[in-house]
Design a protein around this ligand. Sequence first.
Ligand code: HEC
Length: 455
Amino acid sequence: MNPLKFQRLYLLAVLSSLTSFCLVSCGEKELTFSEDIAPIVYKNCTPCHQPNGGAPFNLITYTDVAKRAKTIAFVTRTRYMPPWPADPHYTHFINERLLSEAEIAMIQTWASTGKKAGDTVNLKPTLSYKRQSVLGTPDLIIDVPPVNIANDNADQFYLIKIPYQIKEAQYVKAVEYVAGQPSIVHHANGHLLLFDNATNPFDGQRIIKTGDTNFVERFNQLKLLNSNGSVPTRVHSAFNYLPGSFGVKYPNGIGGFILSPNGTFVANDIHYGPSKKTLIDSSKLYVYFANKKPERPTFEIMLGTNGVAPIVPPLQIAPNAISKHITELTIYNDISVLTINPHMHLIGQQFKAYALKPNGDTVRLIHIPQWQFRWQYFYTFTKPVRIPKGSIIRVEAVFDNTLKNPNNPFNPPQLIGERNDHGGASMRTTDEMLQFIITYMPYEKGDENIDLTQP
Ligand code: HEC
């Protein structure tokens, strides 16, 4: 290229990058709420920051955002909000809520230069941010028995039986837990129990506060066994709920299960956060039917606590120690991983999971550099991730049982670990767990190209 032309092109490139940089940070063009800030907020903040969205205040109108501009600048700059613990330099997932550097810079500039409203008249009251049921209109709504939440400002854990009866068995493709009081429901994990015909699902108690009672005893109180005393067929993780996460629905034909006419869902260890008001939580299950048998059933593998692969060294973390634990599993068939869920409790610090292929290559799954107990999502990949047979799935987790960990539940620190003295393992938040749940389907050619963002 002729050197003069090259110089001119180079100059142009520099100038244009400078001007676009100035748009966001030199204030040449004044940033306004309506044009620049609202779109970022509606996409990344309002799904939670709205009535019944789970966050403590609304971020919808100009005033909502302007009066908190300084804090918003801070929480976005530090990436405390929107909450997204997974490292985007490692792997990506659907519904990822992350701000770009440019968006963060825009918020900083807007907050420090007069918080201009712009033309808010033109700001259409868009409904696109609404946290409606993500999965649409359900075919069946099942009421979760209402739970009375005390005003004692303490965490509360319940086991809830959610019986149902339908005329005939149905194929189901998804179940969404719709929280009645999303600002205090922290998480719910639900199984489905399919009883023999003689068992009446409506028998027995519906709600038990979990805590120090024996796990097995609790199941008996809820009458969760078949009439002959055997354990009913169970569908694990028939639904899951976490603040900010939306129900998972895979493309047609993938996943789902049969709902027998006679059964019950069980919200296993539903966790309510502290409340200063007495409240009643009337949550619901939205059930979506499928018109045919799922062609590609999904399965779950669970590593670690209560799972198929042991934790090494055993999960007992001495006071004042920072310790690393591993759990790994060799898989003997090709699988297509759809969704993963890393789980630890309060003193968890870092979490990393990957697969080592027989040829030595690594398949990245997830890296959480700074564990956040509050945000434990079910992460769904944008496309199924193939792990070939003979691979080792490996989880590495670090726990910090020192006082430097602000979430340490004990001062002075105490031995924390898995516990089995209540019949079930480590149900209390102050016990520790290391779990990695993988939802997968047996691999079929072409799975790598399925777009999971388009259910
Ligand atoms: C997944 C749900 C969710 C999303 C998305 C979300 N927030 Fe939040 N936000 C919360 C919850 C819940 C809290 C209450 C504090 C906590 O539990 O961490 C909160 C707290 C805050 C606070 C108060 C922090 C403090 O400690 O005083 C600010 C400010 C905030 N959010 C701003 C934002 C902004 C700005 C966005 C978008 C860029 C956003 N949030 C996205 C759920 C969310």
